[in-house]
Design a protein around this ligand. Structure first.
Ligand SMILES: Nc1nc2c(ncn2[C@@H]2O[C@H](COP(=O)(O)OP(=O)(O)OP(=O)(O)O)[C@@H](O)[C@H]2O)c(=O)[nH]1
Ligand SMILES: [Mg+2]
Length: 200
């Protein structure tokens, strides 16, 4: 005998989005992925050694002892207030920050829907290269300034001007060590991506 059709409507599957977390060396990409992720994040940290001193630029982050040599991987589910909305699952890919990994950029961003660029106002010019690569790739992006204890105090407008961001590019402050703060930065990016997709 055939079973009666279920009364419960099928739960829609969440939309899955690949998001790249990019930014200069030591800006807090691995920290952000680890804090934001609801699963134990995959990391590929290796110790910075004397042998790498000729290729690894430690300017401004001398106290750092490890660096990402592959990718970070984490996952964050964003549930909508509307229970009929399937929500969104973000697959978070933390990029390596050292210049020697720039050849990975195209593979890393392949299939990505957007990029969260982390910036450090102590080394504002260190962000230009990654912003350039994101724009060349044509991906929607948002910028989040990871505030360190000794970061100089600037207004968002001053930072926007210094980074030469378009008025439509979201710019927020965040603390990569704080879950709620990283979540807010990622939600800002997702909202921006949605606007970009709807307006295209
Ligand atoms: N004070 C402070 N320290 C932070 C903050 N975010 C990260 N850190 C620390 O700064 C260091 C850099 O963090 P990582 O997350 O490894 O940086 P990264 O961008 O992944 O570095 P690479 O992968 O090597 O490019 C770590 O020691 C963090 O604990 C922050 O918001 N404030
Ligand atoms: Mg890292």
């Amino acid at each position: 005998m055939a079973s009666a059709p279920s009364e419960t409507p099928a739960v829609p599957r969440p939309v899955q989005l690949k998001i790249v977390i990019a930014g200069p060396f030591g800006v807090g990409k691995t920290t952000l992925v680890g804090v934001a992720s609801e699963i134990a994040a995959l990391t590929t940290e290796e110790t910075l050694t004397q042998a790498g001193a000729v290729v690894d630029d430690l300017t401004g982050v001398r106290s750092k002892t490890t660096t990402t040599v592959g990718i970070d991987f984490g996952r964050l589910t964003l549930r909508a207030a509307d229970p009929t909305h399937p929500g969104v699952v973000l697959f978070l890919i933390g990029a390596p920050g050292q210049d020697r990994f720039r050849a990975l950029w195209n593979e890393l961003t392949c299939g990505a829907i957007g990029v969260l660029v982390l910036a450090d106002t102590r080394r504002i010019d260190a962000s230009f290269d990654v912003l350039d690569r994101v724009e060349t790739r044509g991906l929607p992006y948002a910028v989040a300034v990871n505030e360190f204890d000794d970061s100089p105090t600037h207004t968002l407008q001053q930072i926007r001007t210094a980074l030469d961001l378009a008025p439509r590019t979201p710019l927020t402050l965040c603390d990569a060590r704080d879950r709620a703060s990283t979540r807010d930065a990622l939600i800002t990016l997702v909202e921006h991506i949605k606007e970009q997709v709807l307006s295209s």
